[in-house]
Design a protein around this ligand. Structure first.
Ligand SMILES: [Zn+2]
Length: 447
């Protein structure tokens, strides 16, 4: 058995791990690098050995775990892509959206002459996505599936987003687990992560390996931010990931409203993708602990903003409101136009509710950056910048240790998907508290 880390080694994005087991070469996740420009440029590099991969298994649909797939096909990958039923539906939405944004960026770069040396091209196009989606096959969770002679795989819920799983591979000689992005011990809408009974090796994410999330209840924190913004007559802008955070925030807002804890402020979901994703997650309630009537209540009273024109007219109104829009780390999307109106005005609040990777506007704001560049212009940051850490979709340090510690068989641990400080801090804790052998994922190449 051999592991090769082609991404998410020393960083949180670009998850791509190749497992050679038996005569099979299996890639677990196939993600894009995101965040800092030097990382994003790596998406354009060739991936030697792409044609030698037999199959890809996705732990979930987020682009940093799936967004490289069309490029893998372009470089000769000829196998099938396996995932759970909700992941397949979310994958279609996320990949098509990424291809559209990538085409828009290329058009803009060519129009404004950003790319001086040659014509800017999108990373991939809609046609590439369609070809990719034809390769996808769904696997039911909790059952063993044969992956070629002598290798079988089982997918089990891990509490991160709808359809997300960890993967257990068993061969005659080895049992290895890939955690995927591990969710919280008590997620808001999903069931808690299951635990693999035994393993010889575990590939574990370490996003929050050096930190614990605050214990405050997210709805209490959200209530406070809403009330103080409302008193100032301001708007509350919440950059959200279309998958996961949008639904969590809408659920909390519906609870606060029905309990009479917040005034009747208009709520807008200004993201066609988040609207589509919310529809998908409502179709898969069996993957969640949410009941149908709670799911209905989440969307009652939320104004869905589909077209760009409706989004413009929402901006012009300028009245107090709660606006959820993509993208979650403020790297693009409609939230940027709302920022133009709100950032320079201290009445308004920008509320960050998810992980903010280095180099993103979300991280710059958290770090107290006095101005932010939007659409080529600089805007002063005078609005309140707030954060709710307890809404994270990732397990924190204690939760990672708890999940790992419950796996039998004293597995060897490989830590990936974390910034170096987080990963190293978790390495020491695993060694000292659980007594397990730990290795840090290092970037490799396929032989
Ligand atoms: Zn994820």
């Amino acid at each position: 058995m051999k592991l090769t880390f082609l991404g998410a080694a020393g960083t949180v994005t670009g998850s791509k791990t190749v497992l050679d087991v038996g005569d099979q070469r299996i890639m677990v996740d196939c993600g894009l690098f995101q965040g800092l420009k030097e990382l994003r440029l790596r998406n354009w590099e060739r991936l030697p050995g792409a044609a030698t991969i037999d199959r890809v298994l996705l732990t979930h649909a987020h682009l940093d775990h799936s967004g490289y797939l069309p490029l893998l096909l372009r470089q000769g990958f000829a196998g099938k892509i396996y995932c759970t039923p909700p992941t397949k539906e979310l994958l279609r939405i996320l990949l098509l959206d990424f291809a559209r944004l990538s085409a828009e960026d290329a058009r803009l770069a060519n129009r404004l002459g950003f790319s001086r040396h040659k014509k800017a091209e999108p990373l991939y196009r809609q046609e590439d996505v369609i070809k990719t989606l034809r390769r996808v096959e769904v696997l039911s969770p909790d059952a063993w599936h044969q992956f070629g002679p002598g290798v079988k795989v089982r997918l089990r819920e891990n509490g991160h987003i709808v359809g997300s799983v960890f993967a257990e591979f068993h061969s005659d000689r080895h049992r290895i687990v890939f955690s995927g992005d591990l969710g919280r011990r008590h997620p808001l809408l999903l069931r808690p992560p299951k635990v693999p009974p035994r393993a010889d090796a575990v590939v574990l994410e370490s996003t929050y390996g050096d930190r614990n999330h605050p214990h405050a209840r997210p709805e209490d924190e959200l209530e406070k931010v809403i009330l103080r913004t409302w008193k100032r007559g301001g708007r509350l802008l919440i950059p959200v990931f279309a998958v996961g955070r949008s639904q969590d925030v809408l659920y909390l807002l519906s609870r606060l409203k029905s309990a009479g804890r917040i005034p009747d402020i208009p709520i807008y979901l200004d993201s066609p993708m988040a609207i589509e994703v919310s529809e998908v997650s409502c179709r898969y309630l069996e993957w969640q602990k949410l009941e149908r009537k709670e799911a209905r209540a989440m969307f009652a009273g939320v104004r869905l903003v589909h077209s760009a024109r409706e989004s413009q007219s929402l901006r012009r109104k300028g009245k107090p409101a709660i606006v959820l829009a993509g993208s979650g780390m403020a790297t693009g999307g409609r939230i940027l136009s709302h920022f133009e109106d709100c950032l320079p005005d201290p009445r308004h609040t920008i509320l960050l509710v998810g992980y903010q990777a280095p180099g993103t506007r979300g991280r710059l704001m958290l770090d107290g950056c006095p101005e932010i560049k939007l659409h080529g212009m600089h805007f002063p940051v005078r609005a309140e910048i707030a954060q709710i850490g307890s809404l994270s979709a990732h397990a924190d340090r204690e939760e990672l240790l708890h999940w790992l510690g419950a796996i039998g068989g004293s597995p060897k641990v490989y830590l990936n998907h974390g910034e170096p400080q987080a990963t190293d801090s978790l390495r020491l804790a695993i060694r000292d508290r659980l007594g397990l052998e730990v290795e840090l994922a290092r970037p490799g190449r396929l032989g």
